[in-house]
Design a protein around this ligand. Structure first.
Ligand code: F1P
Length: 359
C-alpha cells in the first residue's frame, strides 16, 4: 500500500464534510459583508491571487459581474504589483479588492493588497484558510475558512472551500438564499465522488492518454484552469486550458487519439460548447463532459459526469472539480509520483524584497 498521495486523497474525499463544516462559518460573515457593502458602495471589484488562487479569482470575478452587474476583473498578484496601472480606474475609494490565498502568506498577494490600497484607497477583503495569516490580519475583512487547511501542497479542498466562500459573496450581494443553496452541495459532492470515482480512476490510470485539454467558458474557465493545473502539478502531464470555442482557433491542431478533451459545460452556451467537443471526438479525441444538461445520444460519444440542474448555477461551480481532482490524483499514483509533494513546488511562494516601489 503506497503512502504516496495519502494526504491528497484524504483531502479530496473530505470535501463534503469540510464544506458542511464551513456552512456556519460562511453564514457568520453575512452581516459583516452587508455592512461593508452598505457603508462603502463600490463601482468595481478586483479579485487577485496566485496559481490556483489566481484561477479561483478569475472564476469569482466572472461570477460576481455576471450576477451583480458590477464591474469585476481578476489579475495575478504579481501583475498588480509590477503594473499598478492595471489597478487604477475610477475615483478613489470606489474600488474593492478581494484577495484569495490558502496560506495568506504569498508575497505577491500580500504586496498586491498594499499596492491596491496605495493607488485606490479602497478596502481589502481576504478569502483564506488561515485566519491568523499576514493577509487576514491586514485585511479590512478576512473571510477565513481555516477548517479547509491542507497538508498536501496541491490545493483541493482548500480551493473548493474558498470557492464556496467566493460564491457566497455573490449570493449575499444578490440576496440569494445562500445557506439554502450551499446546504445541498456536500451531499451533491458525495454523490458525484461515489458515482464517478471509478471513471476518474479509469481515465487517470489510462496510459494511452498523453495530452489533456480542459475547456470552459465564463466563470468555468477559471475552474478549467484549476483542473489543468492539478493535472500538471500532481501528475507532470501535458495539460492545457482554453476558452471552449477558442480551442478551434489553432490549439485543436494538437488533438489526436491520445488526447482527452474535458469540457466543463455551462447551461447558457451548452449547444455551442457541445459542438466543439463533438468535433474533437470526431478528430479522434476521447471526451469527458461535466454538465448540468444531458443531450440525447451524448453518451454514445462521450463520458458524462452529470450535475444536478436543481442546484442554482451561481452555487454549482464547486461541483465541477472533485471528479477532476480525483483523475489527476489517480494519474499521479499510476506514474509513481507523490501528489502530496509535487515536483519543484512548495506550499507557499515567498519572494524576498518583492515590493512595488522598485517595480
Ligand atoms: C498560491 C500557490 C498555489 C500553488 C502552490 C504554490 O498559494 O501558488 O496556488 O498551487 O501551492 O502557492 P496561496 O497564496 O493560495 O497560499
Amino acid at each position: 500500500m503506497t503512502t504516496r498521495g495519502v494526504y491528497t486523497l484524504a483531502e479530496i474525499l473530505s470535501q463534503p464534510s469540510i464544506w458542511q463544516d464551513t456552512m456556519e462559518v460562511i453564514a457568520g460573515y453575512q452581516d459583516d459583508l452587508n455592512s461593508l457593502w452598505r457603508d462603502h458602495p463600490v463601482q468595481q471589484v478586483l479579485f487577485s491571487g496566485c496559481g490556483s488562487t489566481y484561477y479561483l479569482s478569475h472564476t469569482a470575478a466572472a461570477k460576481f459581474q455576471t450576477y451583480t452587474g458590477i464591474s469585476a476583473r481578476s489579475h495575478p498578484g504579481s501583475e498588480m504589483v509590477l503594473f499598478p496601472k492595471l489597478i487604477c480606474s475610477g475615483k478613489p475609494g470606489t474600488s474593492l479588492l478581494v484577495t484569495i490565498s490558502r496560506s495568506g502568506k504569498t508575497s505577491e498577494t500580500l504586496e498586491a493588497a498594499t499596492v491596491f490600497r496605495r493607488h485606490t484607497g479602497g478596502n481589502v477583503i481576504s478569502i483564506t484558510c488561515d485566519s491568523q495569516s499576514p493577509l487576514a490580519l491586514q485585511s479590512d475583512l478576512a473571510l477565513a475558512v481555516d477548517v479547509a487547511q491542507e497538508q498536501s501542497v496541491a490545493q483541493t479542498r482548500s480551493f473548493t472551500t474558498m470557492l464556496l466562500m467566493a460564491q457566497s459573496l455573490v449570493g449575499f450581494y444578490t440576496n440569494q438564499d445562500v445557506i439554502g443553496a450551499l446546504s445541498d452541495l456536500p451531499g451533491q459532492a458525495q454523490k458525484l465522488m461515489d458515482g464517478y470515482q471509478m471513471t476518474a480512476r479509469r481515465l487517470g490510470e489510462d496510459s494511452t492518454i498523453e495530452r489533456f485539454f480542459f475547456l470552459g467558458n465564463s466563470f468555468l474557465y477559471g475552474l478549467a484552469s484549476e483542473a489543468m493545473l492539478k493535472m500538471k502539478e500532481m501528475s507532470l502531464s501535458h495539460s492545457e486550458v482554453y476558452h471552449t470555442l477558442e480551442f478551434r482557433h489553432g490549439p485543436m491542431s494538437m488533438v489526436n487519439e491520445k488526447t482527452l478533451v474535458v469540457g466543463l459545460i455551462s447551461e447558457s452556451a451548452y449547444t455551442h460548447e457541445i459542438a466543439v467537443l463533438r468535433q474533437m471526438q470526431q478528430l479522434g479525441a476521447r471526451v469527458l463532459i461535466i454538465t448540468p444538461v444531458i443531450a440525447p445520444g451524448i453518451r454514445d460519444w462521450a463520458e458524462v459526469v452529470e450535475l444536478d440542474p436543481s442546484v442554482p448555477a451561481w452555487a454549482r461551480s464547486v461541483l465541477y472539480l472533485p471528479v477532476l481532482q480525483l483523475m489527476a490524483y489517480y494519474r499521479a499514483i499510476s506514474k509513481n509520483l507523490d501528489p502530496d509533494r509535487p515536483t519543484n513546488l512548495d506550499a507557499v511562494v515567498h519572494l524576498d524584497d518583492f515590493v512595488s516601489d522598485r517595480a
